[in-house]
Design a binder for this molecule. Structure first.
Ligand SMILES: [Zn+2]
Length: 301
């Protein structure tokens, strides 16, 4: 984790930590172990801040905050309980209004505060993400959608949304800040641990999200074709391009191992017992591994 370069008093950071711990307790999670966790708004580059998120429940996903002279664009909106927290943290770095909310996908830990933003901000997402929100009856679906690529121009900034293929869901957006060589990947990349202490593993949403563990690697290849040096994952610490490449290679290794399991006559029932991913940093099987089994079995036929 990077610490904010704008010096915040220690007491503020302590309060933030206390809120996170209280929230984790309320959500039934354990206290963070081992790693430094802060949810203080952190300056990443000129005009770009991050409100960190490490899990689905207590802290939600990472929120990117792009500050311009004509207003603010944020990426993702965490969970409903953190709306006021997001607004207060943005206000602590800029008096500009939040004018656009860009969602990386439909899940509630990335769109949870949408309904509160909708009366005074435009919400943008991929067409499939909107359809998924409506199918799941999630509050605050975006009013503006796109198919392949769109941009928001505000102040001196351009912020691009790109749909580069299926992966975590069928409506994932990679948000690209070209002038800052930075991307927000949504949950196409996750890294490190949840604030509850468990390892973050890729989630292949085969049900509500129509995701694809098989196509995910190709989508990551397209991400790596973008010109960036810094990546904000869906959850976890700020990453380098090299770490995104490492994540891509782990997804490939997972695909290769499940494919080898199928080729060797392995069944879905013994998948989790026989396909080990501990060395990839995923000690518990990623959610959706059985879906990947089905997908690769169908492809092998
Ligand atoms: Zn998600």
């Amino acid at each position: 984790m990077r610490r904010s370069s704008t010096a915040l008093p220690d007491v503020v950071l302590l309060c933030v930590a206390a809120v996170v711990l209280a929230a984790a307790r309320i959500m039934g999670g354990q206290q963070p172990t081992g790693e430094p966790f802060t949810t203080a708004i952190t300056r990443l580059k000129d005009g770009l801040f991050v409100i960190p998120g490490y899990d689905g429940a207590a802290t939600g996903g990472n929120v990117a905050v792009r500050v311009t002279s004509e207003g603010i664009i944020i990426v993702d909106s965490k969970i409903p309980q953190l709306y006021d927290d997001i607004v207060a943290k943005v206000k602590s770095v800029s008096p500009q209004p939040i004018r656009y909310v860009l969602n990386t996908h439909q899940h509630g830990d990335h769109t949870g505060s949408n309904a509160r933003f909708l009366p005074h901000a435009d919400i943008l997402m991929h067409r499939n993400a909107r359809a998924n929100m409506i199918a799941e009856r999630l509050a605050g679906p975006g009013r503006i959608v796109y198919n392949d690529q769109q941009s928001v121009f505000l102040g001196n900034a351009e912020v691009q949304m790109r749909h580069l293929g299926r992966g975590h869901t069928n409506g994932d957006s990679v948000v690209y800040f070209p002038d800052l060589k930075t991307i927000h990947t949504g949950d196409l990349v996750v890294w490190g641990k949840r604030s509850q202490g468990t390892a973050l593993t890729p989630f292949m949403d085969y049900t509500a999200g129509h995701g694809s563990g098989k196509e995910w690697v190709g989508t990551l290849d397209k991400i790596l074709a973008l010109d960036f040096d810094t990546a904000i994952p869906g959850h976890g610490p700020i990453l380098t391009r090299e770490q995104v490449r490492q994540f891509r290679d782990r997804m490939q290794a997972m695909n290769d191992r499940v494919a080898a399991h199928i080729k060797g006559g392995g069944t879905k029932g013994d998948l989790e017992r026989r396909v080990k991913l501990d060395d990839l940093g995923w000690p518990t099987a990623p959610v959706g591994l059985d879906g990947l089994f089905d997908e690769l079995s169908a492809a092998a036929r």
